[in-house]
Design a protein around this ligand. Structure first.
Ligand code: ZN
Length: 142
C-alpha cells in the first residue's frame, strides 16, 4: 500500500525538472549539478545561482541522506488524503550534495519516532499513475 493514496495527481514536469522526473521513472534519484562550477541546484533551475552557467548535468544521488526537518499532518487539507492522517512531510538533506534538500515522506516510521538528523535511505513507491516517487525510510542503524 502506498504511503499516500494512489489516486493523487502525479508530477507535472516543467522544462527545468523534466530530467528529474525522467530519472525517477528509472528509479534513479538524480540532482542537477552545474557543469561549470560543480554546484548542485535543487529545485532544478535553468541558470546556476553561483556562476551564471546554463550548463548542467544530472548526478545520481548519494545513498547518505538525513532528516533535516519534518511536520506531521493531522488535519487533512483535502478529502483525498483524509484517510492517510496522520502522515509526515519530510525535508530530506543530502549532506554530500551541497546540502541539497528534497521534500518527501518517511515511510514505515511512526510520527513519534521521527528525529531530526536521523539517517535515511531511499525507497521507491509507485504512484497510481505509474511514476515511482522517491520516499525514505530509516536507514539500518539510523
Ligand atoms: Zn555554476
Amino acid at each position: 500500500m502506498a504511503y499516500l493514496p494512489d489516486d493523487l495527481p502525479g508530477p507535472e514536469p516543467t522544462i527545468d525538472d523534466r530530467p528529474f522526473w525522467d530519472a525517477c521513472r528509472m528509479r534513479e534519484l538524480r540532482f542537477q549539478r552545474c557543469a561549470d562550477c560543480g554546484r548542485f541546484r535543487h529545485p532544478p533551475a535553468p541558470v546556476c545561482a553561483r556562476c551564471g552557467s546554463r550548463r548542467s548535468n544530472w548526478v545520481r544521488a548519494a545513498d547518505e541522506a538525513e532528516l533535516f526537518s519534518f511536520t506531521v499532518v493531522h488535519h487533512a487539507a483535502d478529502d483525498a488524503v483524509a484517510a492517510s492522517v496522520p502522515y509526515n512531510v519530510a525535508i530530506v538533506l543530502f549532506p554530500s550534495f551541497d546540502g541539497v534538500r528534497l521534500v518527501s515522506n518517511v515511510v514505515d516510521c511512526a510520527a513519534d519516532e521521527l528525529r531530526i538528523g536521523m539517517r535515511l535511505s531511499l525507497v521507491w513507491e509507485v504512484a497510481g499513475d505509474g511514476v515511482p516517487l522517491p520516499r525514505f525510510r530509516r536507514a539500518v542503524g539510523g
